[in-house]
Each structure stands twice: as structure tokens, then as C-alpha cells.
Design a protein around this ligand. Structure first.
Ligand code: PEP
Length: 257
């Protein structure tokens, strides 16, 4: 049984003071929730403090990016070792905004995914087609290239492979207020699992697959209610304590009904 996972991606939002304010209230707002893994991926500069503030709560800290080398002459970069040292557990890899604005391609994403696994971090690997690719019915082709490209030669071994989290994030749904349909997202998640199955057989059943793209507390259960969708990657709706807590509680109560 795969444990549900809800991940906040704060992107370049929240100062340190705003992070502290969020953490004063948020744990209380989700007090009744259990059995769901919750991760907050904050800007690098707030991560150390976030790790401290999360102690004694069920929350887990995550980064939004990292370099693949342990150290070196890479001005402005943060290494997996640095993240691990301060207690970060998860790292988003290959978000479409990194692909679009910072030139990340499958080769770079492959190095980062492999480095995350080898350094004891859990990579949340983002995959998704853009609008043009969707219109020309290339979604499956694009996802296959992205997934196999990211995992190419990673040969992580069983124990590490099952730690990978995939996030299906159609680019046209991110930040637009127009999510994919629940059935559509479920079909793609099923397709991603079948791709994993072709490479790694039954182990594919252990990998968690998230949906991301304009998820909110009103639509979340359209996704988490599906067989192959194990949670969500949440941008805009994770920024306010009340909306993020509402979304998590919707998943929690759906699981109990
Ligand atoms: C994201 O950026 O990963 C995302 C899903 O954003 P939003 O929820 O705002 O669409």
C-alpha cells in the first residue's frame, strides 16, 4: 500500500519571516490528520530554519532544486550533501520552470536524479507535456522520453528505485487555474507506471506518482481518488495555511469515507 504524499512547492515565495509565520499556525491546522506524508519545498535560504521549525511535527522539509556534484567550482549552486547535512529529505528535480527558464534538459535531470538517490535524498521527478505537445497528441511520447531520459543508466537498485516519486505535471495546467481532468491525469499516471513496469517489473507498484497543476482543496479528491495517483504537487494553493490545510484535510477525510 503506497502512502499518500502531498508536496508543497513554494517556488520563489515567502521570506524567512513569512515562513516562520506560516509554521506558527500550519501544524495546528492539520492536527487531526494522520497517515499522509506532507512535504514543504521552500527556498534554499529558509530551509535550515524550516527544518528546526518542523521538529516534533509530522512535516518534512524539501528543496526545489540542487546540483548533482557533492562540491566544486559551481558558483551559486547547492549540493546534495549540503541539503542532507541540514536535514532536508526531499528534492524536486526537473520542474517545468527549471526546464523552461534555466535550460534544464533530460541529461541534467538524469544527473540530478541519480545524485539525489545516491546521497540519500528522495527525488520528486517532474514530468509533463506542454500545450502544443498535448494538442498534437504527443503526451505519451514526451513522457516516455522524459522518464527514461531521467532514469537512463541510473541503475539505482531496488532499494533506491522505490524511493523515487514521479510528479505528472502537464505544463499547461501549472498556475493556470485549469487542471487536467481526474480521468485524464489517472490515465497518464497509469501510463507512467506501465513505463516503470517495463523497466523494473513489479517494483513499479511501489513508486508513488503525484499529479500537479492547479490543484486546490475543491478539486484534489478528483485526483487522489484514482488508483494510480498517490498524491499531489501543489503550487499556489500551498501558500496560505488555510488553503493548504483544507486540501490535506480533503484527502484525509476522503480516505476515511
Ligand atoms: C507547480 O508549480 O508544481 C504547481 C503544481 O503549481 P500550481 O499548483 O500553482 O499549478
Amino acid at each position: 500500500m503506497r502512502k499518500k504524499l502531498i508536496v508543497a512547492n513554494w517556488k520563489m515565495h515567502k521570506t524567512l519571516a513569512e515562513t516562520e509565520k506560516f509554521m506558527q499556525r500550519f501544524p495546528n491546522e492539520i492536527e487531526e490528520v494522520s497517515g499522509i506524508e506532507i512535504v514543504i519545498c521552500a527556498p534554499f535560504i529558509s530551509l535550515g530554519r524550516l527544518v528546526d521549525l518542523m521538529r516534533g511535527t509530522p512535516l518534512n522539509p524539501g528543496a526545489q532544486n540542487m546540483h548533482w556534484q557533492k562540491e566544486g567550482a559551481y558558483t551559486g549552486e547547492i549540493s546534495p550533501l549540503m541539503l542532507k547535512e541540514i536535514g532536508v529529505k526531499y528534492v524536486i528535480i526537473g520542474h517545468s520552470e527549471r526546464r523552461k527558464y534555466f535550460g534544464e534538459n533530460d541529461v541534467i535531470i538524469n544527473k540530478k536524479t541519480t545524485a539525489a538517490l545516491n546521497n540519500g535524498l528522495i527525488p520528486i521527478l517532474c514530468l509533463g507535456e506542454n500545450l502544443e505537445e498535448r494538442r498534437s497528441k504527443k503526451t505519451e511520447k514526451v513522457l516516455k522520453e522524459q522518464l527514461y531520459g531521467a532514469l537512463d543508466e541510473a541503475d539505482p537498485g531496488e532499494e533506491k528505485l522505490q524511493r523515487i516519486v514521479l510528479a505528472y505535471e502537464p505544463v499547461w495546467a501549472i498556475g493556470t487555474g485549469t487542471p487536467a481532468g481526474g480521468d485524464e491525469a489517472a490515465d497518464v499516471a497509469g501510463y507512467l507506471r506501465s513505463l516503470l513496469n517495463r523497466k523494473w517489473g513489479a517494483l513499479s507498484e511501489k513508486v508513488r506518482i503525484l499529479y500537479g497543476g492547479s490543484v486546490n482543496e475543491d478539486n484534489i479528491t478528483q485526483f487522489t481518488g484514482k488508483k494510480d495517483i498517490d498524491g499531489a504537487l501543489v503550487g499556489g494553493s500551498s501558500l496560505k495555511e488555510s488553503s493548504f490545510a483544507g486540501l490535506i484535510k480533503a484527502v484525509f477525510y476522503e480516505g476515511r469515507s
